[in-house]
Design a binder for this molecule. Structure first.
Ligand SMILES: NC(=O)c1ccc[n+]([C@@H]2O[C@H](COP(=O)([O-])OP(=O)(O)OC[C@H]3O[C@@H](n4cnc5c(N)ncnc54)[C@H](OP(=O)(O)O)[C@@H]3O)[C@@H](O)[C@H]2O)c1
Length: 247
């Protein structure tokens, strides 16, 4: 454990698995008390909480579907009620669907927009009501907002592009309050959403300069920096962590 974020409170959406779990553990390692949301994996969320507590940290798992406005508002309220404040919001929860545009259903479109865009808006709006000077909003966008290396990714790219634009606008709104807003754009990271094994992954690896998938803890390191006091002059930025996929 370090003390960079001692006394701070973080909320990580979608913290039960993948990137969100790595981010929650890293922020707790840095000294923050961490709340994390999940929808379908209570046991995995509890495991993350237990790991953090076993390492001497404070954590809380909250069931909150990012597509459910009231649940997201409640998650922010529960975080503040339990830990007394909110300093860092990591908008990580996200869903992916890949299909050619003529086969993309309206229901899938609505689900991606609800989780990847509307959920981010609601969490951010609620969170900033509690944040003071030094607050941090960190988005987990995607390189797909800038590049589409394969077909079928158009709607996912649309949602992640919206997050990059939202980040810039928010940075202007919140800069005068000393709150920074940044967007991390990962390339392929080994998670349930995008496993590093299989035919798709083998093709992908050939396009990555480093020649492998990234790991959740590598993205968590970038979150840790952006959440820290050292990053106070970084805002409105979209930062890639993609092993050179877009180099
Ligand atoms: N992996 C990659 O290559 C990659 C690349 C670029 C960007 N990203 C972005 O990184 C973020 C995390 O992706 P990941 O790869 O870690 O995904 P993942 O392995 O599928 O994990 C998703 C996490 O988000 C939670 N979640 C999903 N839908 C939710 C909802 N409606 N409400 C609340 N929580 C929800 C899941 O909770 P449950 O366990 O309860 O289902 C889980 O904790 C996403 O925004 C994704 O778009 C990923």
């Amino acid at each position: 454990m370090t003390t960079t974020l001692a006394g701070k409170v973080a909320l990580v959406t979608g913290g039960s698995r993948g990137l969100g779990a790595a981010i929650a553990k890293r922020l707790a390692h840095d000294g923050a008390a961490v709340a994390l949301t999940y929808t379908s994996s209570p046991q995995k969320a509890d495991e993350v909480v237990r790991d953090i507590e076993a390492a001497g940290g404070k954590a809380l798992a909250i069931r909150a579907d990012s597509a459910d406005v009231e649940a997201v508002k409640q998650a922010v309220a529960e975080t503040v009620h339990t830990f007394g404040r909110l300093d860092i919001l990591v908008n990580n929860a996200g869903v992916l669907a890949i299909a050619p545009i003529d086969q993309f259903s309206i229901e899938e479109f609505d689900r991606l927009v609800a989780v990847n865009i509307k959920g981010v808006f609601v969490a951010t709006q609620e969170a900033v009501r509690h944040m003071g000077e030094g607050g941090r909003i960190i988005m987990i966008g995607s390189v797909n907002s800038d590049v589409a290396p394969f077909a079928g990714v158009s709607i996912y790219a649309l949602t992640k592009g919206a997050i990059a634009s939202f980040t810039r606008g928010l940075a202007r709104d919140l800069g005068p309050r000393g709150i920074t807003v940044n967007n991390i754009q990962p390339g392929p990271i080994d998670t349930d959403m995008n496993p590093a094994e299989g035919d798709f992954a083998e093709g992908m690896k050939k396009t990555i300069a480093i020649g492998r998938y990234g790991q959740g803890n590598e993205v968590a390191g970038m979150v840790s920096y952006l959440a820290s006091p050292e990053a106070a002059f970084v805002t409105g930025a979209s930062l890639k962590i993609d092993g050179g996929l877009t180099a």
